[in-house]
Design a protein. Structure first.
Length: 80
């Protein structure tokens, strides 16, 4: 459902703006926060995106922020 997916994208943009980071950085920070045994492996062809991705390591998410992301994007949310 394209409309529903656009709403989810708007929500991630809103959460990223609140953290003063890009949506990609927020997504990578969320993956990093999932546990010591979880490592994101983002791909990129441009140095600027490599730098942006690396900067995600400096984005820290509180428990409340992780919960907000989890609530906005429950498992399978993008499949609906």
């Amino acid at each position: 459902n394209f409309t529903k997916n656009l709403e989810l994208v708007a929500r991630i943009d809103e959460l990223a703006r609140a953290k003063k980071c890009t949506p990609s950085q927020l997504a990578l920070a969320w993956v990093l926060a999932q546990g010591e045994d979880i490592v994101p492996i983002p791909g990129t062809k441009r140095v600027r995106y490599l730098e942006e991705n690396a900067a995600a390591a400096a984005v820290t998410l509180s428990a409340a922020e992780r919960e907000a992301i989890d609530a906005a994007f429950p498992k399978g949310a993008m499949n609906r």
